[in-house]
Each structure stands twice: as structure tokens, then as C-alpha cells.
Design a protein around this ligand. Structure first.
Ligand code: HEM
Length: 232
């Protein structure tokens, strides 16, 4: 029993801490992506800056993969424990509610995982739209770098891709708004006094991240972010 409790608590802590790291990545990634509004020079120099990190970039990518794998494994473990630990005479309404919440988290998690795979095939590996992946851009200092700006503009000119991203990013933010309060609870940073505030702050954070990410496809679809002269 103690072993079970310990491992369940350990899984919840792994889930909360890895989740916090993923939210950190999402905020950092959004900050970088918003450089699209600064034009091709800014976002392409930023992309090159990341590549210039060399081995450090690979260490960061490795860390992100480890965090993602830990998050997925602990979610599978906890979903399994929840199912087998549910008492038979559990109050029906409560059981239905908690199952719906955890099931929807599991479903949105799976959707996000599918999206991340698609996203990597798109912008990191160039398998989704290979024709727009090999563009080059000459920075003001003369360096020829990967043209991330044009690649992203072409990506969001495709309505199918845009709808996929909008749906996926909505799932990401719904997942965050539900997950952050439960992470606080897991880590014991909850109190009747602060619960409502934590829920509101989590919803606000999720909404902010959603608006930030959606602003890019929205600006491209509206024509506010456009191709630069001479881009192929
Ligand atoms: C407007 C929305 C987004 C845009 C324009 C965007 C853009 C990009 C680009 C251009 C890259 C390639 C970086 C490179 O290799 O040079 C990338 C990588 C990545 N993106 Fe996004 N992204 C968006 C949303 C998201 C979301 C919502 C997630 C997570 C749920 C995400 C997760 C990732 C991950 C994990 C990588 C790989 C990082 C790496 O290779 O080091 N992105 N993104």
C-alpha cells in the first residue's frame, strides 16, 4: 500500500514538474515565434542563433524529449492506477465527473502528441511541405541562413494546415488550463483561500498563450504578415 502510494505520489510529482517544464518551453517558443512580427531579419537571425548554440541546442532538445517522455509515461501510469483504484461503490456522479476530466486530459494529451509529431515533420524536418523548407535568407551581416519566415508564411497560407494548428493549439491551452491547478494541488501549493485564484490565473495564462500562438496564423491569413520581395 505504502509502495503504491509512494509511486503514485512520485508519478504525480514527475507529471507536475515535467508539465511545468513543458509550459516553460511553450512560453519560450512563443516568445521566439512572435519575432515573426519583427520581420524576416529578426526571426531568421533568431533561428540561426538557436542553430549556433550547436551541442547546447542538442542538449536542450534531448532534455525536452526526456521531459515529454516522462510526462507521457507518468500520465499512462496514473490513468491506469486511477482505473484500478476506483472503489465499486464510489459515488456515481463524482466518479463520472473525475473520469470525464481525466479522460479528456488523456485525449487532449494524445491529440497534442500527434500534433507535435506533425509539427516536427513540418517545420523541423521539412517533410510536410518540402518545397518551402529549403529557402535561404541573407541577413544584414551577410550570413546566408534558413528562411524560417517564408516557410511559416507559406505554412499558414494553407487552410488545412491552419485549421489543424488552430485546433491543436486550442487543445494545448485547454490542457494547460486544467493541468496547472492540479499540478499546484499535487505539489501541495493549494489552499481553499487560493484555489479560485490559481484556477483563474491558470485560465488567464492558457488564454494568453493561445492568443499569442493564434496571432501568427491570424496575421498571415489577414495579410498583415506577408512574403518579402524576391522570396520564392
Ligand atoms: C504559431 C504556432 C507555431 C509556430 C509558427 C511554430 C514554429 C516552429 C518552428 C519554425 C520550428 C522549427 C525550429 C527550427 O528547427 O528551426 C518549431 C519547432 C518546434 N515547435 Fe513549434 N511552432 C508553433 C507552435 C508550437 C506548439 C503549439 C508547440 C507545442 C505544443 C510547438 C512545439 C515545437 C517543438 C517541440 C519544436 C522542436 C524544437 C526543436 O527542434 O528544437 N510549436 N516550431
Amino acid at each position: 500500500m505504502l509502495k503504491f502510494l509512494r509511486s503514485t505520489i512520485l508519478s504525480k510529482i514527475v507529471m507536475a514538474v515535467s508539465g511545468a517544464a513543458i509550459v516553460g518551453f511553450l512560453i519560450a517558443h512563443l516568445t521566439g515565434n512572435l519575432l515573426m512580427f519583427g520581420g524576416p531579419e529578426k526571426i531568421n537571425a533568431y533561428g540561426q542563433g538557436l542553430r549556433d548554440l550547436g551541442p547546447l541546442l542538442w542538449i536542450m532538445r534531448g532534455g525536452l524529449i526526456v521531459v515529454l517522455v516522462l510526462h507521457v509515461i507518468s500520465s499512462i501510469f496514473l490513468a491506469d492506477k486511477n482505473r484500478s483504484a476506483r472503489p465499486i461503490n464510489y459515488e456515481k456522479k463524482k466518479s463520472l465527473q473525475s473520469t470525464l476530466a481525466s479522460r479528456s486530459m488523456f485525449f487532449s494529451g494524445l491529440t497534442i502528441l500527434t500534433f507535435v509529431t506533425y509539427h516536427l515533420l513540418h517545420y523541423t524536418l521539412g517533410i510536410v511541405q518540402p518545397q518551402f523548407f529549403h529557402g535561404e535568407y541573407t541577413l544584414h551581416d551577410g550570413r546566408v541562413v534558413h528562411d524560417v519566415y517564408t516557410m511559416v508564411i507559406y505554412g499558414f497560407r494553407n487552410p488545412f494546415i491552419t485549421i489543424t494548428y488552430v485546433l491543436a493549439m486550442t487543445f494545448v491551452c485547454l490542457h494547460i488550463s486544467h493541468a496547472v491547478p492540479s499540478a499546484f494541488q499535487t505539489l501541495g501549493i493549494n489552499n481553499v483561500k487560493y484555489n479560485a485564484m490559481i484556477k483563474k490565473a491558470s485560465a488567464a495564462l492558457a488564454a494568453l498563450i493561445l492568443v499569442g500562438y493564434l496571432s501568427i496564423p491570424a496575421a498571415i491569413m489577414a495579410g498583415a504578415l506577408k512574403l518579402i520581395e524576391g522570396a520564392k
